[in-house]
Design a protein around this ligand. Structure first.
Ligand code: SF4
Length: 472
């Protein structure tokens, strides 16, 4: 576990961190032990990255981290809004924290992330969850110390409203979960407004960090032993657009891949409409860029792609994929697919299956469409019944599992470089790690290899996992 904490550059934030430190010192004196913070994260990698900054900020404010909410004096719930079901689950978990607050009146409960970027959820927390003290939307961690300081000083509960374009604050304190795998956000927000997606409404418009700030963070990470660095953005291929600096994502990736050190760069997510040949050329040219591409197709039907507002056709998508495969024949390609979008006919769905046969992805992340309140698709005619969606989903998964297994079989006998993640989650006698193509490999070895690259010869494969032995 790394405990590195950077100092924030923003003077206002430093002032309020100092103010909260006064309260935590007083609490420590009164209780005889340092106050504790419990950070709970739902959703995507961007939220994981934000939570590392929330934890770092809390540590800078005088809290110690705890894995148990029962012992916390500050609970931060970082929420996701992509699915209604996940929101309901999150609300039910927040509901359970009421009992902790009854036992510990010093406890402050903060809720942040995409769910509280929506007005109806903020209202719900305000009215029906009186023990929730503060909420702040994604991309506004810098206001958290001020809100907390005011609440600790006896101020009213407060519920911050998202701005369309919140400013980017650099060098917010960070507490990284891993010392060798790291997330680096390169941009925030999204301008694409895919009709099924809530993200542009809750995360605001696209804003890109300056390349020199990103390079500084990546350099620090490499120096502190990071081996695998993932650059994050809702659509990294829009990086640099509408900015005062002139740097595309391909140029940024190229610049970072020229840094000294033994590390690999990954990135996500790439919108197919903005994926360029220039980007693919950088992946092919630079050893330090992982030979992998996540390129979400969503549907194989042009009619559905248009209804989703994706701004590409199947042929345009396949043209980019063909170029990628021509340049990087051994690289892995993964995708996202949504099944049962409103109006999807059997013919549209067959087109998606055909696209899978053609693309031969290593893996897909498949989702059954579920309406998101506040998005255009939720209001569309032709919502698909659950039984049809479920049946299509099963056929999609069955086809992809066959393809994934065949792709993995082609790796039998090959030696792959694997970044070891330690003891396997499924088998305590084995280790596991990931290849630069993001395939999970299970092998026998010494847990001291955690965080190191190891050469593994593949001896057996399954649909999702590879098994192997350390190369002699
Ligand atoms: S590109 Fe589309 S799916 Fe991705 S975050 Fe933006 S609106 Fe959502």
């Amino acid at each position: 576990m790394s405990h590195k904490v950077y100092l924030p550059a923003d003077a206002g934030m430093i002032e309020y961190i100092g103010a909260v430190r006064g309260f935590t010192a007083e609490l420590e004196k009164r209780k005889g032990s340092a106050p504790r913070v419990f950070v709970q994260t739902f959703g995507c990698q961007q939220n994981e990255a934000d939570s590392e900054r929330l934890a770092g900020t809390a540590v800078a404010m005088g809290y110690l981290l705890t894995d148990d909410p029962q012992f916390a004096d500050l609970i931060i719930v970082n929420t996701c809004a992509v699915r209604e079901h996940a929101e309901k689950r999150t609300l039910s978990i927040i509901g359970q924290y009421k009992h902790i607050k009854e036992k510990n009146p010093d406890l402050v409960i903060a809720v942040c992330g995409c769910m509280v970027g929506q007005a109806h959820r903020r209202d719900e927390l305000k009215m029906r969850y009186p023990y929730v003290d503060i909420t702040f939307p994604p991309g506004t961690i810098q206001i958290f110390p001020k809100m907390l300081a005011e609440r600790l000083a006896g101020g009213r509960r407060s519920f911050a409203v998202p701005e369309e374009c919140p400013e980017i604050v650099e060098e917010i304190p960070v507490h990284r979960e891993s010392s060798y795998r790291a997330w680096v956000s390169v941009m925030y927000g999204c301008n694409n407004f895919c009709t099924y997606c809530i993200v542009p409404y809750v995360r605001g418009r696209e804003r890109s960090r300056r390349p020199e700030a990103i390079e500084k963070e990546v350099l620090e990470l490499i120096k502190s032993g990071a081996r695998d660095i993932t650059l994050l953005g809702q659509n990294v291929n829009s990086y640099g657009k509408n900015s005062e600096f002139d740097c595309s994502f391909a140029e940024l990736l190229d610049r970072l891949a020229c840094l000294e050190g033994d590390f690999k760069l990954h990135f996500m997510t790439s919108h197919p409409k903005d994926a360029t040949r220039e980007l693919i050329d950088v992946i092919a040219k630079r050893d330090k860029v992982a030979k992998q591409l996540h390129l979400p197709l969503q549907s194989g039907s042009d009619r559905i792609l248009s209804a989703m507002n994706r701004h590409y056709t199947l042929e345009q998508y396949m043209g980019k994929l063909d170029y990628f495969r021509e340049k990087l024949p051994d690289a892995s390609v993964t995708s996202d697919i949504i099944v049962g979008f409103p109006g999807e006919t059997e013919e549209d769905f067959e087109a998606t299956l055909e696209a899978l046969r053609r693309a031969r992805y290593d893996r897909i992340f498949s989702f059954i469409y579920s309406p998101r309140k506040g998005t255009p698709a939720a209001e569309m005619d032709g919502q698909i019944p659950d039984d049809v969606k479920n049946e299509r989903f099963s056929r999609l998964v069955a086809l992809q599992n066959e393809i994934s297994l065949e792709k993995n079989q082609a790796l039998l006998g090959k030696a792959l470089r694997v970044l070891c993640d330690g003891v396997s989650k499924n088998d305590p006698d084995m280790l596991e790690g990931r290849t630069e193509q993001d395939k999970i490999v299970i092998f026998k070895g010494d847990a001291a290899m955690t965080g190191q690259f190891v050469e593994i010869v593949v001896t057996r494969v399954e649909t999702f996992n590879l098994y192997g032995e350390i190369k002699k």
